[in-house]
Each structure stands twice: as C-alpha cells, then as structure tokens.
Design a protein around this ligand. Structure first.
Ligand code: NAP
Length: 212
C-alpha cells in the first residue's frame, strides 16, 4: 500500500517504521520541511510537500496534535477535496492529557473537513511504542476502530495487522466520540495510579460473538 502520514512526530515515526518493515511505501508530510526530512529518514520512507500529498497515496494516517489538526488538514488541502475517495485513519487524541477531559471529536472534525474522504477512527489508544507487537495471535492487542466505509475499514484492519494488532470494528463513524472518550478514560485510570489493562472486565469467551 502507499501509506501517507500527516505528521512528523513520535506516533508518525513509530507507525511509519513498522509499515516500511512490513513492505509498505510510506510518504510523510507536515508543516516543517526539516521535520519532514528527519521523519522520512527515520522511517525509511520519503518526505513530501503538503501540496499534492493526497494524490500520491492510497491511505492517509493523521498523526498530529489536536490543537493543530484543523491547520494540518488545511495544509494538505483536505477542505478542497484532496483526500476524496481515500481512506483516512484519524489517530488524534482530542483529550486534555492532564485531566482526561474530551475537548471535541477529532474524527468528526476530519469527516466534516475532508470532503469525500472515508474516515476511520483508529490507533489513538495504544502508544506508538506498543508496535510492532509479536507473539501469539490470540494475545494480540485489539484495536477498536470505527467507520462507515467497508473498504476503508479493510485497509485500516490490514495496516493494524501489519503492526501486530487485531482490528475490532465496533461500529460506524458515529461511534468515534466514544472511542475518543476511551482514551480519556485510560488517562484517568493512569492518573489514579492503576494500569488500565486491569480496568476493563475480563469477559467469558462463551459470551463473545465470533470476531468479524
Ligand atoms: N505518541 C503516541 O504514542 C500516540 C499514540 C496514539 C495517538 N497519538 C496521537 O497522535 C497525535 C500525534 O502525537 P505525537 O505523540 O506524535 O505528537 P508529537 O510528537 O508532539 O507530534 C505532533 C505532530 O503534530 C504536528 N502539529 C502540531 N501542530 C500543528 C499545526 N498547527 N499544523 C500542522 N502540524 C502540527 C507537529 O508538527 P511539528 O513537528 O511541525 O511541530 C508534529 O508533526 C496526537 O493527537 C496524539 O494524541 C499519539
């Protein structure tokens, strides 16, 4: 796949490296050309000017700070339809890191702004350093994702699989705000001094539907 990453920071670099190792071509862009060059070098991919970025990739992964999200989308012309027809994975945490309070919905902002794009909320909950994950498939982390377009969900699931995770489709894009709240919940549990891994119930496997 030709994977485009909008963002040059820690998450962009962590995901990009693993996807290059998995055989994808990764194109990275951002607002600062020096950061783009550094990130592309570290990832083993290529840097791109924001103009024309969307037309060069099959899927776009958004890895920018919530405060800069609208500006970053404008930078690549998302509001002018440059991502139309593309799967767009939004990894943004629109959360106050200190308190866990949700500040808005990043996926809703992306869907409103990026005309014609198929938005998937994905990969916001796990630290970039979680990847790649190796080990038995049944112990792979479940990455809850949501979106309205089956093809975009398939692309997201494939990329998550390449990280060593398992995608769990929990609903349409209407579920995005709840997935974003989940990140705030995790931050609150961490803030209480506990490991969020132990903060959700262990459900009897007999109660589970077969994974789709
Ligand atoms: N790090 C993780 O493990 C992790 C995991 C899951 C989700 N996330 C989410 O992923 C996003 C990125 O996190 P990160 O840890 O990679 O952050 P980071 O290292 O601080 O990088 C932030 C990125 O956002 C860009 N940015 C900030 N303001 C911008 C603006 N106004 N216009 C354009 N670009 C702007 C920065 O560009 P400059 O380099 O030019 O400043 C940089 O590329 C956040 O929403 C975060 O919640 C992170």
């Amino acid at each position: 796949m030709n994977v485009g990453i909008l963002g040059t920071g820690s998450l962009a670099r962590a995901l990009g490296r693993v996807w290059v190792d998995a055989g994808h071509a990764v194109l990275v862009t951002g607002r600062d050309p020096e950061h783009v060059t550094e990130a592309a070098r570290e990832i083993g991919g290529h840097g791109a000017d924001p103009a024309g970025f969307g037309s060069r990739v099959d899927v776009v992964v958004i890895a920018v700070a919530w405060a800069g999200l609208a500006e970053a989308l404008a930078l690549i012309g998302a509001d002018r339809g440059t991502l139309a027809g593309k799967a767009v994975l939004d990894c943004t945490n629109p959360v106050d890191y200190a308190t866990g309070e949700l500040l808005g919905s990043a996926a809703e902002l992306v869907a409103r702004t990026a005309t014609g794009a198929s938005v998937v909320k994905a990969l916001h909950l796990f630290a970039g350093a979680s990847w790649p994950r190796t080990g038995p498939a049944e112990q792979a982390p479940v990455v809850a994702i949501c979106g309205d377009d089956p093809e975009a969900l398939d692309r997201a699931s494939a990329l998550i699989g390449d990280l060593g995770g398992r995608a769990g489709v929990v609903g349409g894009l209407g579920a995005a705000r709840q997935l974003e709240e989940a990140a705030g919940f995790v931050m609150r549990v961490v803030g209480s001094g506990h490991n969020p891994r132990f903060a959700v119930p262990d459900v009897d496997p007999a109660l589970l539907r077969p994974a789709g």
